[in-house]
Write a protein that binds this ligand. Structure first.
Ligand code: GLU
Ligand code: MG
Length: 436
């Protein structure tokens, strides 16, 4: 066995799957400049065993080029070897990112946000997931029994995440049967999406070592509790200072943050095609699931799409902690695409100085139709088909993507809609549970 093992080159594709090719670690250094080749048509793979129609032929290739700043290792344990990995950018040549690379697409959105508004994002994901396994017996939600039963897994997981460089905030049993949650510390810019990828793969890997399977599917069955991937996000300046807070603003939002939120809400139906990207995602969304059923914003409102989360304590610490929680996102979403479209929509709000709708202080499902109308509150799409239609009829949102990226993404999502209608709900739940 080679002493230094394998390093896996990783990239996250359009359907939220981390794909990989490996090299012996002893060869990594010479692979850093040009990476490994990969057929462009691979970007048309579904998360199952199929590939959709795409514009690329058998000779079209990109380079998967490792980013030296995005290396990580999940340490081995027992007879499990270390798992070394490095996240890549897809490039058409040394300088030029591929217009279908999610990571480069996020970087470009962040470059525009910085150039036009002088800020970047400081963001983190909450990872809700479901444990299953032959010996797994779910315990009472939130209980010490549920924690104790998985204490070995949870403790190993925390250590592994720390070793990869991802900081965990909280680790706990959640409300669903067999559901657990890990919340991670925010990171700046593209690193926020990298940390999400690393956390998901580390959770899957440590679960596997414990004879468990961790799934991020948004809904394992129609009547089960959903798994969300809420995104906490603040806008920070070049010195890392939070620009989201203003003591006198609505919900303590600064003008730039209020415009950002207004932009996100203005395009949210189109955004859902990326943040709630599977047919099963729409069984999770909806009123009374604490996932988000309405286009709405509210201070601490867990039924709103944007929940403003205040910082705690004295003024300075409140300023530091103030953030925007985007709730209609799940674990099938590519964190790169999800953050990119949120940033693009937020930037539109900043450019057009859009006014932020009023904060909702009640459950939006309990409001009368006329009240909702007056407050700009609207039910979110109830199917992936509706979100795709919203994306395709949103001229501004369509302009964020290259033709190849948009066409391939829409083809993939239409394929998923067809698959779901062919195989029916029961099998669809089962397939997403296994694939994610
Ligand atoms: N499981 C809920 C969801 O699907 C979130 C519950 C919570 O607020 O943590 O988004
Ligand atoms: Mg939760």
């Amino acid at each position: 066995m080679s002493a230094d093992g394998i390093t896996y080159l990783l990239w996250h594709d359009l359907v939220g799957v981390t794909r990989t090719r490996g090299v012996p670690t002893r060869d990594l250094q010479k692979r850093m400049a040009n990476g490994l080749g990969w057929a462009r048509a691979g970007q048309a793979l579904t998360a199952f065993t199929d590939i959709v129609d795409n514009p690329w032929g058998p000779m079209d290739e990109v380079r998967q080029v490792p980013d030296p700043a995005a290396k990580f290792t999940i340490p081995g344990s027992g007879d499990e070897p270390d798992l070394h990995a490095v996240i890549c950018d897809s490039k058409v040549d040394e300088q030029t990112p591929w217009d279908c690379c999610g990571r480069s697409f996020l970087r470009a959105a962040l470059d525009d946000l910085k150039a036009e508004a002088g800020v970047t994002i400081f963001a983190s994901f909450e990872h809700e997931f479901l444990l299953t396994g032959p010996d797994f017996r779910p315990a009472t939600p939130f209980s010490m029994t549920a924690a104790r039963q998985q204490n070995r897994f949870l403790t190993d997981l925390e250590a592994a995440l720390t070793a990869t460089g991802v900081t965990t905030y909280t680790i706990e049993p959640e409300y669903g049967v067999g559901q657990y949650e890990v919340a991670c510390a925010p990171e700046t810019g593209v690193r926020a999406a990298d940390a999400c990828l690393i956390a998901r793969e580390t959770i899957r890997e440590i679960a596997r070592r414990h004879g468990l399977s961790a799934s991020f599917t948004p809904k394992p069955a129609a009547d089960a509790v959903g798994n969300g991937a809420h995104i906490h996000l603040s806008l920070v300046n070049a010195s890392g200072e939070n620009q989201t807070y203003d003591a006198n603003g609505p919900m303590n939002l600064s003008p730039v943050a209020a415009h950002f939120c207004a932009g996100v809400l203005a395009h949210i139906e189109a955004l859902l095609a990326f943040t709630a990207p599977a047919p099963v995602s729409y069984f999770r969304l909806g009123p009374h699931h604490w996932s988000a059923g309405f286009r709405a914003i509210g201070l601490q409102n867990r039924e709103a799409s944007l929940r403003i989360t205040p910082g705690l304590g004295a003024e300075e610490s409140r300023r530091k902690g103030h953030n925007i929680e985007y709730r209609p996102c799940d674990g099938i979403a590519s964190p790169y695409l999800a953050l990119a479209v949120i940033v693009r929509a937020g930037l539109e709000g900043i450019r057009r100085k859009l006014a932020c709708p009023p904060g909702i202080t009640v459950d939006p499902a309990e409001m009368a139709d006329a009240e909702r109308e007056a407050a700009g509150v609207k039910a979110l799409p109830t199917s992936l088909g509706e979100s795709l239609e919203a994306l395709l009829s949103d001229d501004v949102a369509r302009g964020w993507f290259s033709k190849d990226l948009l066409d391939t993404y829409v083809a993939l999502k239409r394929w998923e809609i067809n698959q779901a209608s062919e195989i029916g709900a029961g099998q669809t739940f089962a397939r997403y549970l296994t694939a994610y």
